[in-house]
Design a binder for this molecule. Structure first.
Ligand SMILES: *[C@@H]1O[C@H](CO)[C@@H](O)[C@H](O)[C@H]1NC(C)=O
Length: 423
């Protein structure tokens, strides 16, 4: 195949879609995205392990080579690993969390899940058993009036090489292997058909979290094709011309929103939304900013977020201003903020900026509230936001729950103390 093949197939897919998929006016999403703001939180570190969200799960293995869920299955005694995972799934997020999320005035949760919950290939060390918990989550969401976004966080081969894709690697391989992509298509089809008739509880499926678009066309060309195929799989789950009410939420692949101008837009497409993630901690320049610069940077996002041709949401963001949380940059890796990460220079000590809120100064907690509010105000220029993440073991600056308990997040997300912080 020549390099022209992916472009040609993308073109044919487009033509095929517009001929084959009739656009109906019956589409009725499970949440009024045109008139109400998404206000939500991610359930990180539950059905996909993340070392920095639950460091103890990794430390307790006693094996420094266990750095993600893949190596957790690969290097750990199978029976022990299975018991630990089941205990984690039973305890990390429970019905009480859904009750608290609803009590905090939120209307959405985004639930990351890995492909291995659905299908494990031969030679892949993943441990299964997540699906009953996904079903519990949907039932609890329904019970507490919350909308649940199912987010495929890890695809075969890894779409970004991050530990949170299941497999930490120096270069992702999802995009370069048609078998990986076909397996992902099949899983999205399966998820879409599982929840096709429950769009009032599962209004959105996100077919791929954070594909590493910064690698250029080798990622973006197969990704665009995958996004066309996902549109068909999610919006037409019945194998007929009948549309679902399920919205497709596409991650921007770290491209500027302008890159996606005109992609899967009306009138040929409907029920498509774009997801962008905004963090201010993953570069040396980010962690060097003053508190005021962090707030100004959040406020400055307003112009880009208010003018996009699809529904747009900020599906991940955080009030964190350092990368100090243990294992945030991967198990065994240090932080840019205190200069312990390769290529970084010391900005300051991490003490008092991560860990338990009991070590946070009152001025830091006041700042966290201001920065949280500046982001909420700004991100509501889009169709809404979902903070990362609901709970952490030992990084309270990232925890919605810790923010509620310690006063830097209000029990109602519209109850702002600094409503004019962005001017
Ligand atoms: C492609 O990925 C599949 C798993 O999805 C794997 O079995 C196969 O070996 C990979 N092929 C190549 C050429 O790497």
């Amino acid at each position: 195949m020549s390099t022209n093949f992916p472009m040609l197939s993308a073109f044919l897919a487009l033509v095929g879609l517009s001929l084959f998929y009739p656009v109906s006016s019956q589409f009725s999403p499970g949440f009024p995205y045109d008139s109400q703001k998404v206000r939500g939180v991610n359930l990180g570190g539950w059905l996909v392990l993340e070392p920095w969200i639950t460091p103890s799960v990794f430390d307790n293995t006693g094996n420094p080579n266990i750095v993600d869920e893949w190596t957790f299955g690969q290097y750990y005694d199978r029976a022990t690993a299975t018991n630990i995972l089941q205990n984690h799934w039973n305890t990390w997020i429970t019905q009480d969390d859904f009750a608290n999320i609803a009590a905090a005035g939120l209307n959405h949760v985004r639930l990351p899940i890995g492909y291995w919950a659905f299908e494990v290939g031969s030679g892949e060390p993943y441990i299964q058993g997540q699906l009953p918990y996904l079903q519990n989550a949907v039932q609890w969401a329904s019970q507490y009036g919350l909308k649940l976004i199912i987010d495929l966080h890890g695809a075969p081969g890894s779409q970004n090489g991050y530990d949170n894709s299941g497999q930490r690697m120096s270069y992702p391989t999802w995009q370069s292997n048609q078998t990986n992509i076909a397996r992902t298509d099949a899983i999205i089809k399966e998820i879409a058909s599982m929840f096709a008739d429950q769009a009032n509880v599962v209004p959105i499926i996100a077919p791929l979290n954070e594909p590493a678009g910064y690698y250029g066309s080798s990622m973006l060309t197969p990704l665009r094709q995958y996004y066309y195929d996902s549109y068909g799989n999610i919006r037409y789950p019945y194998g007929t011309s009948t549309q679902s009410n399920t919205v497709v939420l596409l991650h921007d692949a770290f491209q500027p929103l302008s890159y996606w101008d005109g992609f899967e837009t009306a009138p040929d497409f409907q029920g498509v939304a774009m997801d962008t993630h905004i963090y201010q901690v993953f570069s040396n320049a980010d962690v060097q900013m003053s508190w005021q610069s962090h707030i100004d940077t959040a406020c400055d996002t307003q112009s880009t977020l208010s003018d996009f041709d699809l529904w747009l949401m900020v599906g991940e963001w955080s009030p964190a201003i350092t990368d100090c949380a243990t294992y945030l940059n991967g198990r065994g890796n240090g932080a840019r903020y205190d200069g312990s990460y390769p290529g970084s220079t010391y900005v300051g000590s991490c003490t008092g900026l991560t860990g338990s809120a009991s070590t946070f100064s009152s001025s830091y907690k006041t700042f966290l509230r201001q920065f949280w509010e500046a982001q909420v105000i700004s991100y509501e220029r889009s169709n809404g936001w979902l903070m990362w993440t609901w709970k952490t073991e030992s990084a309270d600056e990232w925890s919605y729950l810790a923010g509620l308990q310690n006063g830097w997040i209000p029990w109602s997300p519209t109850d702002l103390e600094y409503p004019t912080i962005c001017g």
